[in-house]
Ligand binder design. Structure first.
Ligand SMILES: C[S@@+](CC[C@H](N)C(=O)[O-])C[C@H]1O[C@@H](n2cnc3c(N)ncnc32)[C@H](O)[C@@H]1O
Length: 223
């Protein structure tokens, strides 16, 4: 077992210095796939806060479409597919998407490579449930508003956006990330005149309690 986090820090800082803030993700997954380090963000179970949110709302996806932004190694997308959603999981890292397809050749999830900053036109307002977990916080401040706008655009009329992110009381220094936990102002930036914030909670993450608390925020687009 080789911890991937030190390599993540190094690759991220190199990519940021190159002015290519998303270039490090695939480099990191590739190092994992090549056995240099463990695969990053590799979990089999859904994010506990997503699972708790779904259970509390008795979430059912029959006849509905879901998308997982920056789906990584797929545990959250598989979970939503298991609830009956026709689920798309997309990630900018080709290696993550290829790993998902190889690991689960019979998965009902549509895994595809896509960039939050250049989404396919047909995804605009197409999903009844949009799940964003820890992706926006992995992107530096100058591009974060564009990332937030991309997430927002995926939500269909009548649809829900769920954002799970680490909590920050004050804006973290750029040198301290990634990740850059989100402030309340960052979280509020997901809502617009036609995407209303319905609920914001600050909760402990039983998965990684040492990392502090998380935001669990729900937004809704009117029909
Ligand atoms: C911190 S990881 C979190 C992965 C997963 N959501 C989880 O919770 O385990 C961020 C993920 O977002 C992906 N990502 C980063 N920028 C992206 C972009 N512009 N478009 C799509 N995916 C992106 C990365 O490749 C990575 O898989």
């Amino acid at each position: 077992m080789t911890d991937w986090e030190p390599l993540a820090g190094r690759l991220a800082h190199e990519a940021l210095a190159e002015g290519a803030p998303t270039a490090w993700f695939d480099r990191l997954y590739r190092a994992g796939a090549d056995g240099e380090v463990d695969l990053p963000w590799d979990r089999q179970a859904p994010q506990p806060l997503l699972a708790a949110w779904a259970a509390a709302g008795e979430l059912s996806g029959a006849g509905r479409r879901a998308v997982v932004v920056g789906c990584g190694l797929g545990a959250d997308a598989e979970f939503l597919a298991g609830l009956g959603f026709a689920t798309t999981g997309f990630d900018i890292a080709e290696t993550a998407i290829r790993t998902n397809r190889e690991r689960r050749p019979d998965s009902p999830v549509h895994y595809t490579t896509a960039d939050l900053f250049a989404l396919p036109a047909e995804w605009r307002r197409a999903f009844d449930l949009v799940v964003e977990i820890f992706t926006v916080q992995a992107l530096p401040a100058p591009v974060r508003p564009k990332a937030v706008a991309g997430v927002r655009e995926l939500v269909a009329p009548g649809g829900t956006l769920l954002v799970i992110a680490r909590h920050a009381g004050t804006p973290p220094a750029e040198a301290d990330g990634p990740p850059w936990p989100l402030t309340r102002t960052d979280l509020d930036s997901f809502s617009t005149a036609d995407l209303a914030q319905r609920r914001v909670q600050q909760v402990e993450d039983s998965g990684r309690p040492s990392r502090g608390s998380c935001w669990v925020a729900e937004f809704e687009r009117p029909r």
